[in-house]
Design a protein around this ligand. Structure first.
Ligand SMILES: [Fe+2]
Ligand SMILES: [Fe+2]
Length: 361
């Protein structure tokens, strides 16, 4: 199935010496760590060349180790020093990030049931494509909340999942924002604050993707799958958002439940020491992430990074379930509104099932 040559990045000169053949040098003294790809949408991470098994998994990647490259080298120009994000991240406290928990909004209507089942089907396909064994799956009866499994995922399996998930997750906010923008233009109506939140959500998801792509280079098969998935997913969402924006936001709410679940399980496995590469003191997360989330010194481990990303996903989950509960044509976006009582806008992160309309209108 899908392939990847995943290549978690950035190592010190000592690491280069330690890792030998499994690194590819880049400019500025950095290097990519090469994770040989295996079959399916997964890849088999192997940290040190001398640990390689005699039976090397088949690589679908067309990129040889010495051709690995930095996807987004900084574009040097004569006058520009740097280009900060147009939507700066608002940041989180550690307490806020640690308070995030997996959650599930039980379907209430037939439409909810349908999109929930469809999300279950997508998750099944994702597990299949990333080559999850039955021992690596968590409790099927509580698929969105249970994070315990017999066997952990490898770093390469995680990265493959993250990249596929994030490349999909960046689409709905853009489609919904675009359609609401066009609706406002042609119907000569105000939008009441939805468009900016939706576009910012898609921007945020793209930052997640760019961060993981700094650690990993997908092979050609995965690139083709991403292309195909986006073609199908964009058009599907375009049509469904025109027919029922309510159900589309519910679907995205369920997608975000999956994202929170995925990252929660990953954090747990990092804490349990199941991902030794990411626990290595020399492992560095990408600069793009440090700058975007403004991660403080001493809080820049892979676990810290996933805590930030999970918090973002929890926000998307609460926002989309709430938007689904609102009147799509009339209601303002509660998350950017000022309240008559002087109260703060609702906190989407703290509400896995979203707010009901009467709570926020
Ligand atoms: Fe994301
Ligand atoms: Fe998300």
């Amino acid at each position: 199935m899908l392939s990847t040559r995943v290549s978690p990045k950035l190592c010190s000169p000592q690491h280069v010496a330690k890792l030998g053949r499994s690194v590819a040098p880049l400019a500025h003294g950095q290097c990519l760590l090469v994770y040989p790809a295996s079959g399916r949408l997964s890849c088999t991470a192997q940290w040190q060349a001398h640990h390689r098994q005699a039976q090397t998994p088949r690589s679908f990647s067309t990129t040889s180790a010495n051709q690995l490259r930095d996807f987004f080298p900084i574009k040097e120009t004569k006058h520009i020093r740097e280009t900060p994000p147009a939507w700066p991240h608002h940041g989180y406290t550690e307490e806020e990030m640690l308070a995030v928990v997996p959650g599930h909004r039980p379907p209430e209507t037939l439409g909810d049931q349908f999109v929930w089942k469809f999300m279950r089907f997508c998750r099944w396909g994702m597990d299949l494509a990333t080559g999850l064994s039955s021992e690596q799956k968590s409790d099927k009866k509580n698929p969105t909340t249970a994070v315990a499994a017999v066997k952990p995922l490898t770093e390469a399996q995680w990265l493959t999942r993250f990249i596929f998930l994030e490349s999909i997750a960046g689409v709905p906010g853009m489609v919904a924002g675009m359609l609401r923008h066009l609706h406002s233009l042609r119907r000569l109506r105000r939008d009441n604050g939805w468009i900016e939140s939706l576009l910012e959500e898609s921007f945020n998801e793209r930052m997640h993707l760019l961060t993981f792509l700094k650690m990993c280079e997908p092979g050609w098969f995965m690139k083709v799958m991403l292309l195909g998935a986006q073609g199908v997913y964009f058009n599907l969402l375009f049509v469904t958002y025109l027919i029922s924006p309510k159900l589309t936001h519910r679907f995205v709410g369920y997608l975000e439940e999956e994202a929170v679940h995925t990252y929660t399980r990953c954090i747990k496995e990092i804490e349990q020491g199941c991902t030794p590469k990411w626990s290595d003191p020399d492992f560095q997360i990408p600069d793009i992430a440090v700058k975007y989330w403004r991660m403080p010194e001493g809080k820049r481990t892979m676990r810290d990074l996933i805590l930030y990303i999970r918090a973002d996903e929890a926000g998307h989950r609460g926002v989309n379930h709430t938007l689904s509960n609102l009147n799509q044509k009339e209601d303002p976006n509660p998350f950017v509104s000022a309240y008559k009582s002087g109260a703060h806008p609702p906190n989407a992160m703290a509400k896995p099932a979203g707010y009901e309309r009467e709570e926020v209108m």
